[in-house]
Design a protein around this ligand. Structure first.
Ligand code: MTE
Length: 334
């Protein structure tokens, strides 16, 4: 996405990929377990798991069948959040991803299978009544899951329309009991150099970080996402926990979150640290404010390639425009 100015010492993606997709021994064992589940489900994922041409959907279905929270899916869809376009094919959404920890290109889905999804914990700290660390399955079972269909828009001008499963971040914020002075919540993605080759690219400001104001975080649209298309998230889409704010560009929505910090200081995100002239704090979708390298006037739907005019706030103005009244001096759309 965002930038990629290759520096002299950076390895080209073609040299990173073979290593990234190689299955380590642990993953092989996990693969065997997945395969067994898939056979029980009548699938052919065992062959896919060990074969050269693994099928992304079969691989994901096998994983989902073994997920400790699989009984919670599919969750009931909330009718309030409607789409103006067809849902993107699952196969298209799960093979075209931005996840720089696994590579600075779009075909990271295989590399991302190295991410170990359990055990997984979320640390909640900073300006809260009591800091705590919660196990992901306890967390997911604490808040009722629902399905919502949302548009999703990347600043690179590709877009999708997908059914996410999750729970409102507002509920988690309430549970975290932020102190009165907390103004922002900051999300941090996982950081494990044994799992993802991107961490060796030391010029990136790891871990991937971004944040929201408390008002944005508690807006009804903001979802802590655990699943998609009626199944637990696949690793490449940010399992086991990511945040979704559909009126903002995709880079504001960190994947595979391990930490949430409440603070009174506006955070500087991963991308803003790298390119402050291109990426700011707010990053709300607006067709009339071009990114230096991408016009935002039109978006291209994954899968169909259909081009549609971009909508301000990505079409969610009725839910969120009021959050930004009185902030006229801010770069709300970068
Ligand atoms: N989260 C992490 N940890 N690392 C990333 O590189 N990329 C962001 C966002 N969240 C990214 C991330 C960007 S630029 C986009 S557009 C979306 O994830 C892509 O989400 P998707 O691959 O699930 O479609």
């Amino acid at each position: 996405m965002p930038i990629h100015r290759r520096r002299g010492w950076e390895l080209p993606a073609s040299r990173l990929t073979p290593e990234a997709v190689a299955l380590d021994r642990r993953r092989l064992l996990a693969g065997a377990a997945l395969g067994a589940g898939a056979i029980a489900a009548g699938g052919h994922a065992l062959r896919d798991a060990f074969g050269q041409g693994r099928d992304p959907v079969a691989w994901w279905e096998a994983q989902a069948a073994n997920d400790p929270t699989r009984d919670l899916y599919p969750a009931t869809r909330t009718a309030r959040y409607t789409l103006d376009r067809p849902i993107t094919e699952a196969r298209e959404a799960i093979i075209y991803n931005n996840f720089y920890e696994f590579g600075s290109h779009k075909t990271i889905w295989q590399a991302a299978q190295r991410l170990e999804l359990r055990p997984w914990t979320l640390r909640i700290d900073g300006m809260v009544a009591a800091e705590r660390t919660v196990d992901i399955d306890t967390l997911i079972r604490r808040f009722p899951l629902e399905e919502r269909t949302y548009r999703f828009r990347c600043v690179e001008a590709w877009a999708m329309a997908v059914p996410w499963t999750g729970f409102p971040l507002a509920e988690l914020v309430r549970w975290a009991e932020p102190q009165a002075g907390a103004k922002y919540v900051v999300f941090q993605s996982f950081q494990d150099a044994k799992v993802a080759p991107g961490f060796r690219q030391s010029w990136y400001p790891w871990p991937y970080t971004d944040g929201l104001t408390i008002e944005e975080a508690t807006n009804e649209l903001t979802l802590m996402v655990t699943g998609i298309y009626g199944k637990p998230l696949p690793p490449q889409m940010g399992a086991p926990l990511r945040v979704i704010t559909p009126w903002k560009y995709g880079f504001k929505q960190p994947k595979s979150i391990v930490r949430m910090t409440f603070t009174d200081r506006r955070p500087v995100s991963f991308w803003e640290t790298l390119q402050p002239n291109e990426y700011g704090f707010w990053a709300n979708v607006n067709p009339e404010v071009p990114h230096p390298r991408w016009s935002q006037a039109v978006e291209r739907m994954l899968g169909t390639g259909e081009r549609r005019p971009t909508q301000i706030w990505n079409g969610y103005g009725a839910f969120v425009a009021h959050l930004y009244e009185g902030l006229k001096g801010e770069r709300l759309f970068a």
